[in-house]
Design a protein around this ligand. Structure first.
Ligand code: 5GP
Ligand code: MN
Length: 339
């Protein structure tokens, strides 16, 4: 993988560009791809953003979101665009399998694949160019760097600003995680100088849920939360019946894992959701517990040191057994807090 600045001299030659992100895109995945979309369009490229799957409706306010293709429902159209592309930007994921059913098309495309991402252990051999940096708060911050480093800061407008802000704000837990370096605040100051209004972004993302989601969270915390004090671990298990009962849609479960992590003394918080086709897990940790390694070892996943995810094809019962074995195996690292 060559350093990304090697494509800067090529940015003034109009290209067919596909920009994609991980399945079930979150604020950073959608915000960073749409910011890059607006930026590259301004430079004269012809861009299409393709999401491997659908996304949470609380992302729909983002400028350009109405033009994003959903590979699950618009696969044929997407395949033609992917096959014709000169460049495919892969944002906020670093192994092609996270693009799910799009993976094979991304692999066989004639385009150069370009990585911009901040997760651990990238599959660097499949990217011609890229920037992979686990120190970065968000992929949105990296897209900002891409714009600035290529000498185009003046191209940042309110659309790009809102998308970048949504990405960096959601991935830093509203600027609270240790990844929130001075560079993050400097970037936000620059976006505000260029017209960003931050309050509407918070409202659009966090004050837009339906009543059923809160009833569901109440149910999950009251009935589905287990605390394993011996392991400083909290687990929330969600069945398909729970999802159906509360009419849970993509995005409604986001943030649930943080309630479990905010219990005093908890080092590892986990949500396991039976989505039917697979069992999806979310891991969050505090202190020195590495959930990237934990998710990779037991749950076919990965991510960051303190936030990771995974998926299993086994039944929910089997995944729960595996989880209980896994915390036993990691007991010496987990059991350091005295309740
Ligand atoms: P979440 O729990 O919010 O789904 O994901 C937490 C972090 O782990 C995010 O940065 C996300 O991109 C990453 N992640 C989630 N699921 C997976 C997975 O199955 N594989 C890998 N490699 N990363 C994941
Ligand atoms: Mn991210």
């Amino acid at each position: 993988m060559q350093v990304i600045k090697n494509i800067f001299p090529l940015l003034n030659q109009p290209k067919q560009v596909v920009i994609t992100m991980h399945q079930k895109p979150d604020g950073d995945a959608m915000g960073s791809t749409l910011a890059l979309f607006h930026f590259l369009n301004k430079l004269g490229h012809s861009c299409t953003v393709i999401s491997p799957t659908n996304w949470a409706s609380f992302l729909n306010w983002m400028p350009g979101c109405d033009k994003v293709l959903d590979y699950e429902s618009q696969g044929n159209k997407s395949d033609i665009i992917i096959a014709d592309a000169d460049w495919i930007f892969c944002l906020d994921f670093n192994i092609l399998s996270r693009a799910k059913r799009m993976e094979e098309k991304l692999k066989s495309a004639k385009a150069h694949r370009i990585l911009i991402d901040h997760h651990r252990e990238p599959q660097t051999e499949v990217f011609e160019y890229g920037n992979s940096d686990i120190e970065k708060s968000s992929t949105a911050e990296m897209v900002y760097d891409f714009i600035v480093d290529s000498g185009n800061i003046e191209k940042i407008d309110t659309s790009i600003g809102a998308c970048l802000y949504a990405g960096v704000m959601t991935d830093t837990g509203s600027f609270r995680f240790p990844s929130t370096k001075a560079s993050v605040h400097k970037m936000v100051a620059e976006l505000m100088t260029r017209g960003l209004e931050h309050s509407p972004v918070h409202e659009a993302l966090f004050d837009n849920f339906l009543e059923n989601r809160f009833r569901f969270i109440g149910h999950a915390l009251l009935n589905k939360l287990e605390v394993f004090y011996e392991y400083n671990t909290a687990l929330i298990t969600i069945t398909q019946a729970d999802l159906l009962k509360f009419n849970i849609k993509t995005g409604d479960t986001e943030g649930l894992v943080n309630y479990a992590l905010s219990i005093q003394g908890i080092k590892l918080a986990v949500v396991i959701i039976d989505r039917g086709e697979e069992r999806k897990s979310s891991f969050r940790s505090k202190d020195g517990f590495d959930v990237n390694t934990f998710a990779r070892r037991y749950f076919n996943g990965g991510g960051h040191f303190n936030a990771a995810g995974g998926f299993n094809k086994e039944s929910l019962e089997e995944v729960l057994l595996k989880f209980k074995e896994a915390i036993k195996e990691n007991k010496s690292q987990l059991s350091t807090y005295q309740f």
